[in-house]
Design a protein around this ligand. Structure first.
Ligand SMILES: [Zn+2]
Length: 133
């Protein structure tokens, strides 16, 4: 289960909306499955059908997380023309079953859909998102 404060779910969705029709991506930091901070990242692919993070920016943000006593709990990105489920590329690029993979679908921009998954090898396991205050 991913515990996601409501304001942070809104922050993630706002970032995805701002980047539309390109995909947006970012990192989620916190502890024990509870998100404490959203770190919007640059999609260096600058694409509507994929994303990649800048390794330098990622290092900087991971350093910042450590300085804040946080660790990475997840990664989010948007799908602008498909459902909120991991694509075969997303599954292939997933690095750890320890992370929550949060997907935001803007297929219907008026009704963004946010879902979370664990990806273990090629196994995709939907994860409950519990919106907390
Ligand atoms: Zn994707």
């Amino acid at each position: 289960m991913l515990r996601l404060p409501k304001v942070m779910a809104e922050e993630i969705i706002a970032h995805c909306q701002a980047r539309y029709p390109k995909e947006a991506c970012g990192l989620l930091a916190g502890a024990e499955g509870r998100v404490a901070q959203v770190y919007p990242m640059t999609n260096v692919e600058d694409s509507p059908i994929g994303y990649a993070m800048d390794p330098k920016e990622q290092l900087r943000v991971e350093k910042q997380m450590r300085a804040n006593g946080q660790r990475m709990v997840g990664i989010y990105h948007s799908h602008t023309a498909s459902e909120a489920s991991p694509s075969s590329v997303d599954v292939r690029l997933a690095i750890s079953p320890e992370f929550s993979y949060v997907l935001v679908s803007l297929q219907d921009r008026q009704q963004p859909v946010l879902k979370s998954y664990r990806i273990d090898g090629t196994t995709v396991i939907p994860e409950e998102v519990f919106q907390v205050q």
